[in-house]
Design a protein. Structure first.
Length: 583
């Protein structure tokens, strides 16, 4: 056991003893000042009496207001204000006591001592607590925490500084100038320009970026300053752990500027909504957002018990109904529609993993095509207001069975005759963090020291964060009139090898290799979101409409039936989807 190791008990004992000594010294000095540095023998008793009174009033007050719980290294201006108030309260109490018992204990006690002693104690008590922090700031700033650069606007910088001083881990060295101000202090920290930061960057260990900025742009600039550790300040985190490691998701986030939350709220609010695949990556986020936007009731349908349990537990405080069903069982689905008056259906249930679908073609056709057909047919039968099909960029000129099945679903959604149900499809690319995404796979490979496996050096994909994609899905659905295929603007495609390199860089691990394994069955180098160039813009720059494709409904139903019974399913898929080029 290390006797000199700091503990809360030792710190408290140290400050109690120090404060008692300060009170005695302050009273003695007050008497010296009051009597021109010559204290008569008759006043020595008054010194001891007043010292006991002061100690018995102030020490309990310091405990009550948690002054002894404040870290010595992080004593702040706010803490000092508390001391001012506590000492003021103590002299009020002491004055009352002296007045009430002046004939018994304090006969002839000079009342001016009370005020003089107050100012002396205030200076000495504050100086003791500020002393260590002042010393560390001048001579050993690293002891206050990790030297950090704050990248934020003025208002947000103040919030970040207050947060990091509370958690005692980081110490703000400077705020990077993001506006016109320079060399001004915010909460004791100077705003500096980039040139100044470049001069002192060796003394900065960490950069903390506010979530109000485009993280990717700021990240690239910070890396030029040779600051290795970069964190994100998440102002929306309800916990005290607002400062987090920067992730590849932060760097790829697009943050669409034209998100119309008002139209989404009008679309969702007070509606009964059925979500298929509600426990999956997309379905669960759709469920969360529908709850957030005020859905009257959520019917959460999934065939996976575990996934359904997870989302049910998460939303258990909302008005939800968990339904353990598969979309391929039409009679069960119909019973659900009979029981609940459903206004909106969002169909997210599908098999999406390309290699697995290539190995299980029949099952994928049943789940993806027949499941979608069942849900659409039942929705039309029970006059659902709007049906939303979640589609994929792999449905565009598909090279794999998964993409081809989703294209058949789009064709059915566009051509099925409806009277009261508006059916729209929303097509987008890969979402970060979904089941089967490369992100979890790369993280696991990096954690085990590599290699990180990429199929081809030139392979690219579109990426979007799940919450962004789901909000845009709801926004597109809100304006659909029926028959549209909406396409979300996924930004620029990203090379998977660059994504792997970025994740290795963020991990801080060295010597992790990238291994190219070759394209998998059905996988193509580039993915497209549009079938041709005849897409139409909408009032939102993040959402487009693809040109509709006519397919005789009766013929489509016959072709789907042939697809189920045929031994050569690829041939029938190519007949329904002529652009399907199986690889």
């Amino acid at each position: 056991m290390n006797f000199f190791a700091p503990t809360n008990t030792k710190r408290t004992a140290f400050f109690i003893i120090s404060d008692i000594l300060i009170f005695f010294i302050s009273i003695y000095i007050a008497f010296l000042l009051r009597f021109d540095f010559t204290i008569q023998q008759t006043y020595l008793t008054d010194i001891y009496k007043y010292f006991i009174l002061v100690s018995f009033t102030r020490i309990p007050l310091f405990f009550y207001f948690n002054i002894y719980s404040v870290s010595w290294r992080y004593f702040s201006f706010k803490d000092n204000i508390y001391i001012v108030y506590i000492l003021l309260l103590s002299i009020i109490l002491n004055s009352i006591f002296v007045f009430l018992f002046r004939d018994i204990f304090f006969s002839g006690f000079p009342r001016s001592i009370i005020l003089i002693e107050y100012f002396i104690s205030l200076v000495l008590v504050s100086a003791l607590r500020v002393g260590k922090r002042a010393f560390l700031e001048l001579f050993n700033r690293g002891a206050l925490g990790i030297p950090s650069l704050i990248i934020a606007t003025d208002k947000k910088a103040n919030e970040i500084i207050r947060t990091i001083k509370i958690n005692n881990k980081y110490w703000p060295v400077a705020i990077l100038n993001t506006g016109k101000m320079n060399n001004i202090k915010i909460n004791g920290v100077f705003i500096r320009d980039k040139e100044y930061i470049q001069k002192i960057h060796n003394g900065i260990d960490t950069a903390i970026i506010s979530d109000e900025f485009d993280t990717k742009m700021i990240y690239d600039e910070i890396k030029k300053l040779n600051i290795k550790n970069i964190k994100i300040y998440n102002s929306f985190d309800s916990t005290n752990n607002k400062i987090k490691e920067i992730s590849v998701e932060d760097l790829l986030a697009r943050n669409p500027k034209d998100l119309d939350k008002h139209s989404i709220a009008e679309f969702i609010n007070n509606k009964t909504i059925l979500i298929t695949g509600a426990g999956g990556s997309i379905g669960s986020e759709i469920s969360r957002q529908c709850a957030m936007y005020g859905a009257k009731e959520l019917i959460l349908l999934d065939h996976s018990e575990f996934n359904l349990y997870n989302i049910t537990e998460e939303l258990k405080d909302k008005n939800i109904v968990p339904i353990l069903q598969s979309v391929v069982h039409k009679e069960d689905i119909e019973n659900t529609f009979k029981k609940y008056k459903i206004d909106i259906v969002i169909h997210a249930a599908a098999y999406k993993h390309v290699p697995l679908v290539e190995e299980n073609i029949h099952e994928a056709i049943i789940n993806n095509i027949i499941g979608t057909k069942n849900i659409i047919d039942v929705s039309c039968k029970y006059n659902v207001e709007k049906f939303v099909l979640i589609s994929t960029d792999k449905a565009v000129r598909p090279t794999n069975v998964m993409g081809a099945t989703k294209r058949v679903c789009e064709l059915y959604a566009q051509n099925v005759p409806t009277q009261h149900t508006d059916i729209v499809a929303v097509r987008f690319g890969n979402v970060l963090g979904s089941s089967g995404s490369v992100i979890p796979k790369f993280k696991e490979q990096i954690e085990h020291g590599g290699p990180v496996t990429v199929t081809h050096p030139d392979i690219t994909r579109y990426f979007m964060l799940i919450p962004e994609a789901c909000e845009l899905v709801l926004q597109a659905a809100s304006m659909g009139k029926g028959g549209e295929i909406y396409i979300l603007d996924m930004g620029e495609p990203i090379k998977i090898v660059d994504l792997a390199k970025k994740m290795i860089e963020l991990s801080g691990k060295e010597n992790i290799k990238i291994k190219f394994t070759g394209l998998r069955p059905g996988e193509k180098l580039y993915e497209e979101l549009l079938l041709d160039e005849s897409d139409k813009e909408t009032q939102y720059s993040s959402i487009f409409i693809a040109k509709p494709t006519y397919y005789d409904y009766q013929q489509l139903v016959k072709d789907i039936q042939k697809l189920i019974t045929s031994d050569n399913k690829i041939k029938i898929l190519k007949k329904i989807v002529p652009e399907f080029s199986h690889k």
